[in-house]
Design a binder for this molecule. Sequence first.
Ligand code: G
Ligand code: G
Ligand code: MN
Ligand code: NA
Length: 257
Amino acid sequence: LVFENQLRKVLEREELCLYYQPQIELISKRVAGLEALLRWENTTLGGMISPDRFIPIAEEMGLIVPIGEWVLQTACKQGKEWLEQGLPPVRIAVNISSRQFQQPGLLAKIKEILEYTRFPAELLEVEVTESLFIGDDSVRNCYKMLKELQEMGVKIAIDDFGTGYSALNYLKRFPVNTLKIDRSFIKDICVDKDDAAITTAIIAMAHSLNLSIIAEGVEEVEQLAFLHFHKCEMAQGYLFSPPVPAKQIEKILTGGS
Ligand code: G
Ligand code: G
Ligand code: MN
Ligand code: NA
C-alpha cells in the first residue's frame, strides 16, 4: 500500500509535472501541436514513475479526477504563458480518461479552466480512447459532453486508434476531429504488409471523413517516408522528439532544437 499512500499525496506534495511531445505537420515540418504527458517524481518510490503504472491505479482510487484537473489546468496555463511570450500558437493535446467523462462536472471544469487561464479553446485538444464509445448510458452522456466541447472550439482526438473494440459507426455520429494511429501499427509499417495496409486504410478513411490524422510512435526515417507518401498529415515520435520538459519546448518553438 506504500504506492497508494504516496499517490494519494501526489498533488499536495506537488510531485507531478507535465512533459510535452511535439506533433509535426509533415508537409510544412512545423510543430502543429504538443501532447501533454504526465510525469511523477517520487523519492520514496525510487524516482520517476511511468503514467502506465500509476494512471490505472489513480483511476481505481478515483484520484484521476483531481489529477486530471491538475493536468488540464497546468497545460492551459503553460499554453497561455507560451502565447504571452510571443511563441507561435500551437495546439495542446491533453489525455482524458473515460473515468473523467463519468464525472458530470468535467465540462464545467474545462470551461472554468479555459476562462481562468484565458487559453483559447481552439488550441485545446482532448485525447480520448475508443473505450469512451462503448456502453449505452455513458455513451449518450459522452455524446453531449463532446458535442458541447466541440461547440466551444475544443478539438477531439481519438487516441490509440484501431486498438479498441468499438464499432466504427461512432465516427459518423460523434464529434471527432482527429484520429491518432496507434504506434503498434506504425512500428512495423515498413516490413509488415498487414500493418501497412491497416495504416493506409486508416489514413484514407480519415481523409474521406474529413478528419485530421496523426501517426504515433514514429522512430525511423523509413516510417516517416511511408507516412509522407501515403499523405498522413502529422506525426509524433522519438524521430522528432521524445516528450520533454516545458523549458525545452520553448527552444523547439523558437526554432532551436
Ligand atoms: O508518456 P508515456 O508514454 O509514458 O505515457 C504512458 C501512458 O499514460 C499513455 O497511454 C498516456 O496516454 C497516458 N497518460 C500520460 N499522461 C496522461 C494524463 O495526463 N492523463 C491520462 N489520463 N493519461 C495519461
Ligand atoms: O497512449 P498515448 O498515445 O497517450 O501514449 C503516448 C506514449 O507513447 C507516451 O508514453 C510516450 O512517451 C510514448 N512515445 C512517444 N513517442 C514514442 C516513440 O516514438 N516510440 C515509443 N516506443 N513510444 C513513444
Ligand atoms: Mn495520447
Ligand atoms: Na497512443
